[in-house]
Design a protein around this ligand. Structure first.
Ligand SMILES: NC(=O)c1ccc[n+]([C@@H]2O[C@H](COP(=O)([O-])OP(=O)(O)OC[C@H]3O[C@@H](n4cnc5c(N)ncnc54)[C@H](O)[C@@H]3O)[C@@H](O)[C@H]2O)c1
Length: 211
């Protein structure tokens, strides 16, 4: 794949992947582009354009082979691999992420949580141990960790990221509500739950703005 695919397209891929998984669960193995468009809510032309970025799928008169497209999208999204993952910050959010089984099923194996609070260090969260954040660099190298999830307070997020990157982490999933700065070879995905909630709040209040 030589062409640079836009982030707008990439952000739609997980939705395609999810809908295709649902179809497979329902034992639907073939779908027309019109039907796919109706269930996903994107136009058939949008779907075609999106998928054409990766070589195009589907055939005129046949539609899409659901299993084939699902497998291809899994590969494109890197979900055909598994990733050793750690969580920085074993508070409310860190524990919730650690306890969610769905990430492991998709190949993101949470191996441990790390915290600075001596009362947290040594605790067990299900089968995961909370380790001392002091030891994280050594752990990353020894356990071949590729992804780190930042669930620390926001004023600790940048220093945490710096430490992770120095130890070789290339993928950071940042839940702290602050933008972190990283070198170009490190990929960050920021998740800001409040921003999403504020968009909902905007939509609820949109009608009142011009009154
Ligand atoms: N809880 C939520 O629903 C929620 C929602 C959106 C965003 N967030 C954000 O996620 C982050 C975590 O939220 P929370 O509710 O879990 O907070 P929390 O206070 O329950 O947990 C934070 C944990 O991080 C630890 N910590 C502090 N400095 C650290 C460091 N340098 N290295 C490792 N661990 C460190 C603390 O000891 C604590 O256990 C915050 O930045 C918060 O703004 C949380």
């Amino acid at each position: 794949m030589s062409k640079k695919v836009s982030m707008a397209v990439i952000r739609r891929l997980p939705k395609y992947h999810r809908y295709l998984a649902d179809l497979l669960d329902k034992e639907i193995y073939r779908i027309s582009s019109k039907e796919l468009s109706e269930i996903i809510g994107f136009t058939a032309s949008q779907i075609r354009q999106d998928l054409n970025n990766f070589g195009g799928f589907g055939q005129q008169g046949y539609g899409y082979n659901v299993e084939e497209l699902y497998n291809e999208l899994s590969k494109i999204l890197g979900l055909d691999k598994s990733y050793n993952t750690i969580i920085m910050g074993a508070g409310n959010l860190g524990q919730a992420i650690a306890n969610y089984g769905g990430f492991r099923k998709s190949g993101f194996k949470v191996k441990a949580l790390f915290d600075v609070n001596p009362r947290m260090i040594g605790l067990k969260m299900r089968d995961l141990e909370v380790l001392d954040a002091e030891d994280v660099e050594k752990y990353i190298k020894e356990e071949d960790i590729e992804i780190a999830v930042i669930c620390t307070p926001k004023d600790r997020a940048q220093e945490t990221a710096d430490k992770l990157i120095a130890a070789g982490i290339k993928g950071i999933w940042n839940f702290a509500p602050t933008d972190i700065t990283v070198p170009s070879d490190v990929k960050v995905e920021e998740v800001n739950l409040s921003e999403s909630l504020y968009v909902l709040s905007y939509m609820l209040n949109e009608g009142n703005l011009n009154k």
